[in-house]
Every structure is written in structure tokens, then in C-alpha cells.
Unconditional design. Structure first.
Length: 101
């Protein structure tokens, strides 16, 4: 299962960690994993283009983003990313969970 855990402090998104495998389909053909990967890589690329205090860590099985900025643009990016992940969760809830810390 994929777990997406995010944190909000003082109305600011401070962190998100996405980890695991959906196991919806065979390796390399998993629709849920591919969708989540696309969302997260788009999010990371968008953040990377900004000059803000954001730390991005990518490992084999997880992506972690720590935000230390109060930028409205970053807040909007977090909200969009979470909306997309929650949309996948609505249809494939046995394979992905999105939860607030």
C-alpha cells in the first residue's frame, strides 16, 4: 500500500512523505503507482523551479518534502498535490491512503 502522510502547522503545509507500493498490478504496470509517481514528480519539479526553502529527498521507496517557506505558491502546490492524491484514494482506497499527521 502507498501511504501519503502530510503535516500542517499554523495553516502551513510543512511536510509530506509518500512511501510504499500500491501492489495494484504487476511491477512496472501498476496504474496506481504510476499515477502517484507522476503526481509526486510533477510536484517535485515545480518546487525545484522555485527559489524557496524546501528540502526534497527521494529514496528507492519514498519521497519526502519538507517545507520551511510561507510562500502562497508552495501552499497552492501542496493543496493541488493532496487533492490529486485524494482523488486516487477515492477510487483505489485499498491501495493508497492519504492522511494528516
Amino acid at each position: 500500500m502507498i501511504r501519503a502522510v502530510y503535516e500542517v502547522k499554523d495553516d502551513l503545509y510543512t511536510e509530506i512523505e509518500v512511501s510504499g507500493h500500491a501492489e495494484f498490478g504487476e511491477y512496472g504496470k501498476d496504474l496506481v503507482c504510476a499515477s502517484v509517481s507522476s503526481i509526486m514528480f510533477g510536484f517535485m519539479n515545480a518546487l525545484d523551479a522555485l527559489d524557496e526553502d524546501v528540502e526534497i529527498r527521494q529514496l528507492d521507496n519514498s519521497i519526502s518534502i519538507v517545507n520551511r517557506s510561507s510562500s502562497k505558491v508552495i501552499r497552492d502546490y501542496f493543496e493541488l498535490t493532496l487533492m490529486q492524491l485524494k482523488t486516487i484514494e477515492e477510487s483505489y482506497g485499498d491501495f493508497i491512503k492519504v492522511e494528516r499527521k
